[in-house]
Design a protein around this ligand. Structure first.
Ligand SMILES: Nc1ncnc2c1ncn2[C@@H]1O[C@H](COP(=O)(O)OP(=O)(O)OP(=O)(O)O)[C@@H](O)[C@H]1O
Ligand SMILES: O=P(O)(O)OC[C@H]1O[C@H](OP(=O)(O)OP(=O)(O)O)[C@H](O)[C@@H]1O
Length: 207
């Protein structure tokens, strides 16, 4: 194993905030981080290699050890249950998971349907509530499902609440708060403990 530390970063909305945080922690990241389509960015001076993945895939790269560490939303970690350690709450990309639906509607008593991008989280939540539901997995635009009769409820991310509001939906229950976390591969943590601890320490000073 080389002493370069490989970091899996989520593309999309977390990326910008994560880059800002790393810069605040003193890492010198080149302008490529602000405007590039590259999926691997080496920052030799810092001893770092960044790989840019879909947010849902970050923990997969870290679990398989092709990335030593990564930044992932708590929503993804709850959904995927990967074999990684969560070392730090970075307190970026705040949002929460909630149950939502059309106002003044009850769940269908016979076969209630719940649309979501988070089937495991939704399944576990409704099981805990003692309700048996049919989960319908979608990949985005979850709010569409109750509007066109695909489901009675949705389980999705809420941040400002704007998407629910503009689509005439209301929140029924808040499930759990979500922020992005710093995660690490257990084997990498044994071998590169000094490098990883240093990064955690630098980040923890600026979160
Ligand atoms: N509206 C939001 N506000 C703040 N954070 C959010 C919001 N939606 C999602 N997140 C957080 O950001 C992470 C990535 O969300 P993003 O929407 O960029 O990914 P994605 O929808 O999976 O990607 P893509 O749109 O490329 O499929 C989520 O896992 C969650 O932790
Ligand atoms: O409460 P708000 O601030 O409106 O944010 C919540 C929305 O943001 C996310 O969607 P995203 O923009 O990732 O689009 P998606 O439908 O492709 O998941 C999430 O799935 C909600 O739809």
């Amino acid at each position: 194993m080389s002493n370069i530390l490989t970091i899996a970063m989520p593309k999309g909305r977390i990326f910008e905030e994560a880059v800002e945080l790393l810069r605040k922690a003193g890492y010198k990241l080149p302008p490529e981080f602000d405007d590039s389509r590259k999926l691997i960015i080496d920052v030799a001076e810092e001893g770092l290699r960044f790989i840019l993945s879909k947010p849902m895939d970050v923990a997969t790269y870290v679990e398989h050890g092709v990335a030593d560490v990564g930044i992932a939303g708590k929503d993804v970690l709850l959904e995927e249950e990967r074999d990684v350690y969560e070392l730090l709450d970075l307190k970026i990309s705040h949002c929460y998971l909630a149950v939502a639906g059309l106002p003044d509607t009850k769940m269908n008593e016979v076969a209630p349907r719940v649309a979501t991008k988070y089937p495991n989280v939704a399944e576990a939540y409704f099981r805990e509530q003692g309700e048996q539901v049919e989960i319908i997995k979608l990949n985005g635009s979850i709010e569409l499902a109750p509007l066109i009769g695909l489901s009675d409820r949705i389980v999705d991310i809420v941040s400002t609440g704007r998407t629910l509001k503009e689509n005439g939906l209301i929140e029924y229950e808040r499930i759990i708060d979500v922020t992005s976390r710093f995660i690490v591969n257990p084997v990498s943590y044994r071998i590169k403990d000094l490098q990883i601890d240093e990064m955690v320490e630098r980040l923890s000073k600026v979160v």
